[in-house]
Design a protein around this ligand. Structure first.
Ligand SMILES: [Mg+2]
Ligand SMILES: [Zn+2]
Length: 181
């Protein structure tokens, strides 16, 4: 079975922008394409698992989310890379849906679709709820990246027993036992 690196989107693979909704706002986090290259060289998958409550709150449309994801793929393609799949929860918290992180539902959906062994996979996020999602899904490791909200979340997240890494590339390199320098 394949492994996956599950990734939060905002603050992990692209720079954090509150309620980011336009392709022009998309900027890759440095090292993101290299991290994807490492994942793919190991024959694994990179799957984005994202909460986009701006849709449910009426701030932007699902089509805008699709346009943002297309822009991410376009920027990655320029570096010969791509995300394998994007999953997102479009609901506002008040909707009490079953998919919003920290629910593991989106990871379970991806695992069924691609035949992923979640128990040997990695979850990366810049917030506690991302790591709780990974724990709830049964991921082997759940690591905080210090990009996005990661630096401000670090004390709380480390107190809860999670480890952290400088960024997506450092976390992925560590997962595979390689150096990111
Ligand atoms: Mg985030
Ligand atoms: Zn949802």
């Amino acid at each position: 079975m394949k492994k996956a690196v599950f990734l939060d989107r905002d603050g992990v693979i692209i720079e954090q922008v509150a309620y980011l909704s336009s392709p022009e706002q998309v900027a890759l986090i440095p090292g993101a394409a290299e991290a994807l290259r490492l994942i793919h060289r190991h024959g694994d998958l990179a799957v984005v698992i994202s909460n986009q409550s701006g849709v449910g709150r009426g701030y932007f449309t699902a089509a805008a989310v699709d346009a943002v994801h297309a822009r991410i793929q376009e920027l990655l393609a320029a570096e010969g890379e791509a995300v394998d799949a994007f999953y997102y929860c479009p609901h506002a918290p008040e909707e009490k849906c079953s998919c919003r992180k920290p629910s593991p539902e989106m990871i379970h959906r991806a695992a069924r679709r691609f035949g992923i062994d979640v128990g040997s996979s990695l979850m990366l996020g810049d917030r506690m709820s991302d790591l709780e999602c990974g724990v709830n899904a049964g991921c082997a490791r759940n690591v905080l990246v210090l990009t996005g909200y990661g630096a401000e979340q670090e004390p709380k997240v480390r107190a809860a027993g999670f480890s952290s890494a400088r960024d997506m590339l450092a976390a992925v390199a560590d997962f595979y036992g390689e150096s990111s320098e």
